[in-house]
Design a protein around this ligand. Structure first.
Ligand code: ADP
Ligand code: MG
Length: 357
């Protein structure tokens, strides 16, 4: 689109910082550096939800910030998020707010909250900041591990399926949604996403309404994702991501305008671009740092072995691989008459090749 990009990231090895016009490498609390960012930019967004809301609030005084600090502050705190969803009448799984040791003592066993998951209200991602618990004593132990930080205790739902909706909303309230995305997690980390999700049209309709309602109530501008659970054929909202989402990465290869294009369009006050899908069937496979280790030694995966038509490899340029760290992803496009089953099978083959070479 012809814009240049300034990246603000306290990490000197920031992958985006390395390829942008300018990398401002300062703490989020450095007001002088934030002033510089404001002076250099037409509009500002975040692709990281754990940025302090105060930082966005400060930037908002002198610039266009989309999504707003208010929307981010709700989505980045599981307690605020749950209260917000409750006030909007959005269905969520059973939960209890745990703000201190006393609130643990008050948990009622009749509540049927166990087995449950204790999640820190803030800074969790990729299943981090979560401990599975079976009784009050285990909640107490987990709460101490989290340094008594405020938490949400959720009932562990019996999941039929997980899916997400990635949508964008413009200043003037227009919406565009990508197709529903079916998500498969391993150890709390997204393993792969399948497009389109295998969800009934009734649930799809309900979920779309809920996602739009959430965006509307937040006066949201930009790209956001809503993660859903289906449990016993019922729909629940899991969480909101105030940014382009891992599950939306298929759009880079499968769509004419991807989720990042839509984010830029929303930032500068344009409508979403409607002409979206080039490949109706696709699969996004995450590449975790695990792939860079074999028998305790660091290796370089042989991506050249899987190159081929309809396969796009994206590596993020993170400084070092770590177990469980998202290092990149692969998009596998359904070509010509390929079905979802074909694409899933192809993915299994690619996985094997990467693990065995
Ligand atoms: P994160 O911020 O790490 O994405 P989530 O709350 O989305 O945190 O949890 C990550 C994954 O853990 C979910 O996608 C789901 O697979 C599983 N999970 C989380 N909460 C529950 C729950 N209440 N019941 C069942 N599974 C859950
Ligand atoms: Mg999640």
């Amino acid at each position: 689109m012809g814009y240049s990009v300034v990246v603000f990231d306290p990490d000197e090895k920031s992958p985006a910082g390395r390829i942008s016009e300018k990398h401002i490498c300062k703490p989020y609390s450095d007001l002088k550096a934030l002033d510089e960012l404001n002076a250099r930019c037409l509009a500002i967004t975040t692709e990281f939800e754990n940025i302090p809301a105060e930082t966005l609030q400060y930037l908002e005084k002198g610039n266009i910030v989309r999504p707003s600090s208010k929307a981010v502050s709700i989505a980045q705190n599981r307690i605020k998020e749950k209260y917000f969803l409750r006030d909007c009448g959005i269905p969520v799984g059973h939960y209890v707010v745990i703000e201190n040791i006393e609130s643990i003592k008050n948990i009622n066993y009749q509540d049927k909250i166990f087995p449950g998951i204790l999640k820190t209200a803030q800074f969790g991602y990729d299943g981090k900041g979560q401990i599975h618990v079976n009784n009050i004593a285990e909640v107490e132990d987990a709460f101490i591990i989290f340094d008594n930080a405020p938490c949400i205790l959720e009932q562990k739902l019996d999941l039929d399926l997980e899916f997400s909706i990635v949508l964008t909303r413009s200043v003037s309230g227009e919406y565009l949604e990508y197709p529903l995305i079916e998500n498969h997690h391993k150890n709390g980390i997204l393993d792969f996403s399948l497009i389109p999700a295998r969800v009934s049209s009734l649930l799809e309709e309900q979920a779309t309404k809920l996602a739009m309602k959430i965006a509307n109530e937040l006066s949201y501008i930009g790209v956001m994702a809503v993660e859903f659970f289906i449990s016993n054929n019922h729909l629940y909202v899991n969480e909101i991501a105030p940014r382009p989402h891992n599950s939306g990465h298929f759009s880079i290869d499968a769509c004419v305008y991807n989720q990042f294009d839509q984010q830029v369009l929303a930032m500068i006050g344009n409508k979403p671009k409607n002409e979206v899908i080039k490949f109706p069937i696709s699969l996004m496979l995450n590449l975790l740092g695990d792939l860079w280790f074999r028998n305790g030694k660091q290796i370089e995966p042989k991506f050249e072995m899987i190159a081929g038509p309809g396969i796009s490899i994206h590596l993020y340029g993170k400084a070092e691989p770590r177990i469980g760290r998202k290092m990149g992803h692969i998009t596998i496009l359904g070509l010509e008459n390929q079905t979802q089953e074909d694409v899933i099978q192809k993915t299994d083959t690619l996985r094997k090749i990467l693990l065995e070479n």
